[in-house]
Write a protein that binds this ligand. Structure first.
Ligand code: SF4
Length: 348
């Protein structure tokens, strides 16, 4: 495999060059989309897109689409700004904080819930580590730091070590989690040196988890699988976004999760899509989502069933998508084969 930094440099950022490589027709309307939401497709991913075709799950996730110009949706659908406590910290839940040390990703996902922020180059994510450290030290209720972004594996090994070194000295920080798309998008990044760097911090934290962001089986090949196997010494989780036209059926999700389990990754989150401006064409109703999620109970080991969750717009946080009304019983249950069952509230 080639060097990941070289892969970064030779990624397609220019729509004309990408379509020339794909040998597909490019319409002027799509150029208008790419002018609004930037393009970034690594070369090896482009090879896979070419092989799987314009209607594939890969093409739909990473190539611009006319529907992105639909003005509906929120710029900040999950209310990150409301919970931003320093330039690098988003603190929404008491016990855990998001740490955003970079805005750079190995690909630009067209459905991304931060697509309006990552492309604007605003100061929202600008680093000011002293401020970050001071916030974390003063909030002893925070036990877990979640590296996100952007994609945290964009940082050099030295920078990752620098941050982990600082966090290990804060006594109440017990757990570290990285959320990353690199293993399936640019597996070259999972080098022996990165694994060694992470390994050297394992003893300082209660858990060191890596949550791999993956949405479809088409993302995997022998290189991705080898990269993921290198991470076997960490708690390996997955997060998936439910996306209309990509993985919105039970069998597709089952095949994805089954493959993740083969690679010792535990399906952790299935996110209902966020109502992000520029990504509303991936949105589906909660009812549709619930119908296709419930049969997974019939197919996966119970412990491998991901949490199906929805982020309530405007910063109210994640709740169980299966029963978002929480206290109020809707009198409708969905059976394990997707059937709707009307049922009176159970009497206890
Ligand atoms: S890798 Fe994550 S943060 Fe980056 S563009 Fe994709 S969904 Fe957004």
């Amino acid at each position: 495999m080639s060097n990941w930094k070289t892969e970064f440099q030779r990624a397609f950022k220019n729509l004309n060059k990408l379509y020339e490589f794909l040998e597909w027709d490019l319409s002027p309307e799509i150029e208008a989309v790419a002018a609004t939401y930037s393009l970034f497709v690594p070369y090896n991913l482009a090879v896979k897109i070419k092989r799987t075709g314009p209607n594939s799950a890969l093409a739909r996730q990473f190539l611009p689409h006319l529907d992105e110009l639909n003005p509906k949706g929120f710029n900040d659908p999950i209310g990150d700004r409301q919970h931003s406590k320093s330039a690098q910290i988003i603190h929404r839940y008491d016990a855990r904080a998001l740490f955003t040390p970079t805005t750079v990703c190995p690909v630009h996902c067209r459905y991304c819930f931060r697509k309006n922020e990552l492309n604007q180059g605003e100061e929202f994510f600008d680093p000011n580590f002293e401020e970050t450290l001071s916030y974390l030290k003063n909030h002893s209720e925070i036990n877990e730091i979640i590296f996100t972004g952007g994609d945290p594996f964009t940082l050099s090994d030295q920078k990752i070590a620098f941050y982990l070194n600082a966090f290990k000295d804060i006594r109440h920080i017990k757990d570290i989690r990285f959320h990353t798309r690199y293993p399936v998008i640019m597996p070259e990044r999972i080098t022996d040196e990165l694994v060694e760097t992470l390994n050297s911090f394992k003893e300082h934290f209660r858990t060191l988890s890596i949550a791999v962001h993956t949405n479809h089986l088409e993302e995997f090949d022998s290189f991705t699988d080898e990269a993921i196997k290198k991470l076997a010494g960490f708690q390996l989780l997955t997060q998936t976004v439910l996306l209309k036209g990509i993985n919105d059926n039970t069998q597709t999700l089952f095949e994805l999760f089954d493959h993740c389990l083969n690679l010792k990754m535990r399906p952790y989150y299935l996110h209902h899509p966020d109502q992000v401006k520029g990504g509303m064409h991936f949105y589906l109703s909660l009812e549709e989502g619930r119908k296709l999620f419930q049969p997974l109970r019939n197919l996966l080991p119970g412990w491998a069933l991901p949490h199906y969750i929805i982020d309530i717009p405007e910063g109210h946080g994640k709740i169980n998508a299966f029963n978002p009304e929480t206290y109020h019983y809707s009198s409708k249950l969905i059976g394990i084969r997707g059937e709707i069952i009307s049922s009176p509230e159970p009497k206890i």
